[in-house]
Design a protein around this ligand. Structure first.
Ligand SMILES: [Fe+2]
Ligand SMILES: [Fe+2]
Length: 161
């Protein structure tokens, strides 16, 4: 961490790094399940859903990278063992329907995951507001939160809810 970063970083950095790492693990999980879901889906509506999942997976990968960068900039270490990813994640699993034509079921599973992500980032925003962290981390988290809310809305639109 550089001099300026140290100056602006306040509060409980260990807890912040822990929360950032848990969110980082969630982003890996989301990327994995969204790409897997896109590969499994069948039928015409399934293909439309698959395109949406692929697009969202790319956003999750972007979030993962942003969190990784921030963890390192703050002097932390991103989760570096694959086994630890599912252990650290707030939401380690997305359960898809058995039928690969049940695109609505896939979307509902992803909707739950997105709502979980929104909760995680809202809690992080709250933690940062309570006098922990720094303005750069706040900016990163707020940006990700905004995108997760966008994902939720896109899925709701596809589901017609
Ligand atoms: Fe994300
Ligand atoms: Fe998302």
């Amino acid at each position: 961490m550089g001099e300026f970063a140290r100056k602006y970083s306040i509060g409980n950095t260990d807890e912040l790094l822990k929360l950032l790492n848990k969110a980082y693990a969630d982003e890996w999980i989301a990327y994995f399940y969204y790409q897997t879901g896109a590969a499994l889906l069948k039928s015409l509506n399934g293909k439309i859903t698959a395109d949406q999942l692929t697009e969202m997976a790319e956003d999750e990968e972007e979030h993962r990278k942003q969190l990784c960068e921030r963890i390192v900039e703050l002097g932390g270490k991103p989760v570096s063992e694959w086994d630890e990813i599912s252990k650290q994640a707030n939401y380690p699993k997305i359960t898809y329907p058995i039928s690969e034509t049940d695109w609505q079921g896939f979307l509902r599973a992803v909707l739950d995951a997105e709502r979980g992500a929104i909760e995680v980032y809202e809690k992080l925003v709250e933690f940062l507001r309570q006098g922990n962290g720094d303005p750069v981390t706040f900016h990163v988290i707020r940006h990700i939160l905004q995108e997760e809310m966008g994902h939720e809305e896109e899925i709701e639109t596809l589901l017609g809810i």
